[in-house]
Write a protein that binds this ligand. Sequence first.
Ligand SMILES: *Cc1c(COP(=O)(O)O)cnc(C)c1O
Length: 445
Amino acid sequence: MNIPFEDHPIIDRVKSRTPLFWENTIKLNTSSVLPTLPLGIKDIEDAQNRLDRFAPVIRELFPETRPRNGIIESDLINAAPLAGDLAEYYNTPLPGRYFIKADHALPVAGSVKARGGIYEVLCFAEEAAKKNGLICESDSYLALLSPDAKKLFSVHTLSVGSTGNLGLSIGVTGATFGFHTQVHMSADAKPWKKKLLRSRGVEVIEHDGDYTAAVAAGRRAIEGNPRAHFVDDEDSKLLFLGYSVAALRLKKQLDDENILVDDRHPLFLWLPCGVGGAPGGITFGMKHLFGDAVRCFFSEPVDAPAFLIGILTDFSGSVSVYDVGLTNDTIADGLAVGAPSVLVGNLVKHLVSGCVTVSDDDLFRFTALAHRSMALKLEPSATAGFIGPLSLFTTQEGRAYIESNLDPASVEGATHIIWTTGGSLVPEKEFREFLETGNRLTNTS
Ligand SMILES: *Cc1c(COP(=O)(O)O)cnc(C)c1O
């Protein structure tokens, strides 16, 4: 970065918590970026193959995955009704076609973490089983269900620090495989998440501090233990690759729906972003398949725009949302992150088209609107993508982006996918409270 971060033209707006549309000023052509990266399409395919090898095991351990034969995947849902309601409520035309990628309903973990988190558990299980001669690559992995495997896994420890969804995905999967599984939770973690984990045999350790403190405790807990693995949300290639497999699966769904993606028919992805792992992995995968025709935007709370600040500081690793006077205090607990993943930032900073930010009030409104128009059960975090098209078509910066990047035909020919990232495991009582707040806000303003 050649201009100091504090002098960046948008920094005042970031500080003032104004929802914004920001076009990434360091984005480059996909074809010039991908060959320079340390990971490639082979790594994505390798991750997909591993998930395929494990599918028969997942199918047995998690009966809810049987309809897809042990493949944990979500539907691509036509969201025309919801787009119509959003257009009406926010009083703006929303040209193009609209879909929801329904990760809020992913089996086992109920969030996008089912992709990365579960994948990392499988990698650990595979490594331990191979090392101890339980399986080799050509075997059926069903041997992992044997009493011998259970015994082996029970002397291995999985540890993770989390405020919520990552802990749920690692905890539930790890414990089901038979690992000794520890989830280090921050003070603000929801009681129902701790309760659910404990009911599955997970050791939940509560800490007084915030997310960073919980992560540090999780890391410390396994130090010096050769049979332990720490899942590091801020620095994990495995999580990233697990997330990236979504692209191969989504491509099939787009083909099945006859959705064309090319220069004249751009595909916009609106992705909720915390540390950047999930949206980053998805972006990385989609760029390999669709190049410049896919445009990936990350959406963050106005109080926690960690990835945006990361790009502005070129992921130097030392700046957080606290440094610009923001609190990281948001209802979007899945996105309440002060600092981005430097690993992911450096992988995707030239691929991301831009960032948008969203207020908590709008997250509540989207939760209520999505339930009203399509009966979707989303948590507020999971609705962050809805701000994307609204921001694109209503802000001055969004319209400037259209002006310089799209012709009128491709605005009409575009497809927008709003990635809904969590919600189905939220207990009914908490969900009703989200809806009540959302309904109150949509009815009064
Ligand atoms: C974790 C999470 C995200 C974002 O993932 P990151 O890897 O932290 O960027 C988005 N939505 C929900 C609901 C999540 O739990």
